[in-house]
Design a protein around this ligand. Structure first.
Ligand code: KG4
Ligand code: ZN
Length: 368
């Protein structure tokens, strides 16, 4: 296959939590994006059960990798490297993907590119779909990597993270605010569990919220007296628990009440995020280099109401929102790992010896 040597053609693997994901990317272009979800396996536990996740990853990864290559119409001989998530995430889950990537790299004599999962969520907005009428051979001749203008504000909203991050350059990050306890997605999942909405509850909350009244049960706005841009979702969770308990004793939870609770919860979760974001942008406007744009990433970025609310929040500051081009790039996936890996390779980052790669369950965006 003839390639444009300016962009790497990578297989990417992500097993950071409960999804077994593999993808083939060419530069920023997604040639395949395969995700084997374990949601059904973890449903009875209302959260991810680490040993079950590890076993399922071990069973799934060979098929997921084979399918990613097949869908991309790419052979091992075409690849220029393998990108793999090394953290943050669940240790037993991360271990499976890293071991698989090492095995494949050795067998096919390919370099390994370690990727930070949260960094990849932040940059996932840059991934692009292969144009439908373009052949893979055509795509790999032309794709190039984007050159964004900085500083960018990344808003990462997932089940494990809720962060405002200034991106000054590739690898140059400042965490401007983050949750001190639960992440936004975690809050939606935990309250959703109280309402028997299954796991993960976030997408169900979004659908139910469309049928409910967001003003029916007002949620408190946390941390309004704190000067920082940090967030806290545990108070909203406690508020929801007390409210649901009260409604249950009153035998007042019918279907419409559940819709209203979902709408009110979603409104409360996003209002807190947008309140702190407004404060942050006001401060930056007074004292700092303005952001060029806002990038939204993470599982909760799939939520259309969040996108709409964020757009409204940042518009007065002259900012526009970039979000991933498909929902499949919001939740955990390997395409974002591939694009992140490609950016690091193109930037000339020194790659580690494959056998020195280790899982880093608590990996942060900034060195602590
Ligand atoms: O990024 P992700 O797949 O995993 C982590 O890295 O955490 O995010 C998963 C989170 C879950 O909390 C899930 O409920 C939430 O994203 N989520 C949503 C939606 N889709 C997924 N939350 C609200 N609305 C959605 N449509
Ligand atoms: Zn994630």
């Amino acid at each position: 296959m003839k390639r444009n040597p300016a962009a790497p053609l990578l297989l990417a693997v992500d097993t950071s939590c409960d999804d077994t994901a593999a993808s083939v990317i060419y530069g920023k272009v997604v040639l395949s994006n395969v995700v084997a979800s374990q949601a059904q396996l973890h449903k009875p536990y209302g959260g991810v059960f680490p040993t079950i996740a590890r076993t399922a990853h071990q069973e799934n990864w060979p098929r997921v990798v084979a399918l990613a290559l097949k869908r991309a119409q790419v052979g091992w001989q075409d690849l220029t490297g393998i990108a793999v998530t090394i953290g943050p995430g669940l240790a037993p889950s991360l271990e499976v993907g890293i071991t698989a990537a090492k095995e494949l790299a050795q067998k096919h004599q390919l370099p390994l590119i370690p990727v930070n999962h949260v960094e990849a969520h932040a940059w996932s907005v840059l991934a692009e779909a292969k144009p439908k009428n373009q052949s893979v051979a055509e795509a790999v001749k032309t794709a190039e990597l984007p050159k964004p203008k900085f500083p960018v504000l990344a808003v990462i909203v997932s089940g494990g993270h809720t962060q405002f991050v200034r991106i000054s350059a590739l690898g140059n990050y400042t965490i401007l605010g983050e949750t001190l306890d639960d992440a936004a997605g975690e809050c939606l999942d935990k309250v959703g569990r109280m309402l028997n909405l299954g796991y993960p509850a976030g997408p169900v909350v979004e659908e139910f919220a469309k049928l409910g009244n967001p003003k029916k049960f007002p949620f408190p706005l946390p941390m309004t007296t704190a000067a920082s841009f940090d967030l806290s979702y545990s108070g909203l969770k406690t508020h929801a628990r007390n409210l649901i308990a009260k409604l249950e004793t009153e035998k007042a939870i019918d279907q419409q009440t559940t819709y209203d609770l979902a709408a009110s919860l979603q409104h409360g979760v996003f209002a807190h995020l947008c309140y702190k974001l407004t404060k942050l942008l006001q401060q930056v406007e007074k004292t700092d280099t303005p952001f060029t744009e806002v990038w939204l990433g993470g599982g909760v970025a799939a939520n259309q109401m969040l996108r709409k609310t964020l757009r409204k929040t940042i518009k007065p500051f002259g900012l526009s929102l970039k979000a991933p081009y498909t929902k499949r790039l919001c939740g955990d996936n390997a395409a974002m790992i591939g694009v992140m890996g490609a950016l690091h390779v193109a930037a000339g980052d020194v790659l580690p010896e494959p056998n020195t790669l280790q899982r880093q369950p608590r990996l942060s965006l900034v060195k602590k």
